[in-house]
Write a protein that binds this ligand. Sequence first.
Ligand code: WQD
Length: 336
Amino acid sequence: MKSKIIVTGGLGFIGSHTVVALHEAGFEPIIIDNLSNSQLSALDGIEKLIGYKPQFAQFDVNDAPALRQLIEESKPHAVIHFAAFKAVGESVEKPLMYYRNNVGGLVTLLEVMKETGLTDIVFSSSCTVYGEPAEIPVKESTITKPAESPYGATKQMGEVILKDNAPWCNTQCLRYFNPIGAHPSAEIGELPLGVPNNLIPYLTQTVAGIRESLTVFGNDYDTPDGTCIRDYIHVVDLAEAHVSAVKRLIDKSYQNAFEVFNIGTGNGSTVLEVINSFESATGLKVPHTIGGRRAGDVVKVWAETTKVENVLGWKAKRNLETMLRDAWNWQVKLSK
Ligand code: WQD
C-alpha cells in the first residue's frame, strides 16, 4: 500500500513537479487545487509523465468541510502545502487577499489536520523571510528581518503559526531560493498567467518574441557586474527536496517538531550572468536593456546548504545552464 501524500496547490509550478517526484519515489500523491493560479492542463502533463491521472479535488484550502472529507477518506501520511499566492508586487496592492489566502488557508488546514489526527506537514516558505540578509551565504540561523511585502509577511507568519503548533504538528519548513526551469520533458512547467514578474519567464518570453525586450532592473549595485545576485534552483531539484522532507516526517526516529531548511544550490548568479548563461546554453541572444532599480529588490542572497545536505541528505544536482535550457524548451512547447 503506497503512502498517500496530499499536495495542496498540486497543479501549480512547484506543486506539479513535486507530484511527479513523489510518484517516482513510490508515494501516491493526491492533489488539491482551486485553479486560481494554475490550469487543468497540468494534470494532463503529469499523467503523461507518471502514466496515470492522480486523484484531484478542486477546492480551496479554506473549504474546511471538503478538506475534512478528503483527509478522512484518503488517510494521508502527510500534507505538502503549496497553495498560496506568491507575487510580491500583487501582495502590496491586495494585502487582505494575501492574508486571507496564505495565512487563513494555513490556519484552516491546521485546524482540520488537528481534528482528523493528521500531524505531518511540509511548508512552502521562502528566502524572502531573510530580507536583505544579515550574512551571506544565508544560514537557517541567519536572523530573519521584518518582511518587505505582505507576501513575505505571510511566509513569516506561516512559520510562526507552525512553530506555535509544535509538537502536535510536525513541520518540515523549506525556505526556497529562486525556483526556475521546467521538467526536461517539457510536459510541465511554469504557466505564464499575465505579464511575468519573475526574471526567467520574462526572459524566455522575450526570446520567444512575446515581449519586446528584457529590462535589467539596475546595474549599479555592489556586485561584480552591478546586477543583483540570486540563488537559482532547478524546480526538479526543489521537488526532490520535498520528497526528502516527506521521508523525514514519516521516519519517526527524530524528535524535532519544527525544522527549517534552506533549499538552494549554494551558488549565486547575477542577472547578467543568467543572461550570458542562457545565451551559451541555447545559442540564442536575449534582447535586453539596463533600466532603473526595482523597489524592494534584495541586492544579493544565496544559500548556505550544509544543514539540508547533512540532515535531509539532499543536494541540488542541476546547474544553471540546465535550468535555463529546460526553461527555454518549456517556452518553445508553450509557443507551439
Ligand atoms: C530576480 C532578479 C530582479 C525581472 C521573487 C520572490 C521570491 C520568489 C521568487 C516565490 C532580481 C531581476 C527580474 C525582470 C530583472 N517567489 N529582474 N528584470 O524577486 O528574487 O524573488 O520571486 O516563491 O519569494 O521574492 O525573483 O525573478 O522577480 O527577480 O532584472 O524583468 O531578476 O531585479 O534581481 P525575486 P525575480
